[in-house]
Design a protein around this ligand. Sequence first.
Ligand code: NCD
Length: 315
Amino acid sequence: MRHLLSIADLSKIEAISILDTANELARVSDGAVKKLPTLRGRTIVNLFAEDSTRTRISFEAAAKRLSADVINFSAKGSSVSKGESLKDTAMTLQAMGADAVVIRHSASGAAQRLADSQWMSGSVVNAGDGTHEHPSQALLDAFTIRKHLGLGKSDLEGLSVAIVGDVLHSRVARSNVLLLAKLGAKVTLVAPPTLLPVGVESWPASVSYDFDSVIPFVDVVMMLRVQQERMTEMYFPNAREYSRYFGLNSDRMKSMKPGAIVMHPGPMNRGLEISAEVADSSRSVITEQVTNGVSVRMAILYVLLTGGSLEAGGN
Ligand code: NCD
């Protein structure tokens, strides 16, 4: 595996191997000495051409815990925001000796373009491209689900997951549907018809417009942020209407199965898609997703840059 561009490119075995490697690396992160020498002397560039806090610092922490040198290249004020082409950027990264580039970009397909360019020889990790994919988020979500509900099994066979809200604009939803289905989970997308993309029928998921009829039967409720910044028209009448039908509040949470968990990739719109009580409740694993993100991104960089994986039970 040279790049991580899309979940579609990963086999089930490769995905599970990343999760197992993350598990082993998490044991290191839990210890007193958080750092491994594995990527000493390697250079990882974080190229963030779109706003991000948690994903960027998560990749930065992951690279540093593996002892890599990290260069943060944010778009605001950089030549990328001045319209420099991806090709010119790639040539600059190559000249800096980047072994891997973690890219976030507002254009769907930007990571693929960078990987396809003849101008850079390093690995490319897609950290979110437009509304297309966000594979590291899906992997950290699967890792979190496996930890809570996987009962030690390697995949997610038999689990039911609802992904709720602004599916239309969500790269998190796209990557999660692909990965969860690959790992054997049953996925239901819950959204108003206006927030579902054209062609959703061909996704490996079922669709419902009725949150209340789905919620009692799922093991995981994954809430999505309403992405106001990508909305160019009215997708729902008003915020109160949206929350009433598609928000997760404590009343609705009461109908969840015992042991079922609540997830959200962040950043949250508290009071819109999720209430503060739910976000801070004992069912919520939202801060744990952030913690697990570092181990999973360590595993991604480890697998891409060393070509190996760490199997469960190994040293
Ligand atoms: C997501 C993203 O940027 O796609 N956030 C993240 O990576 N933590 C989801 C979102 O912005 O809603």
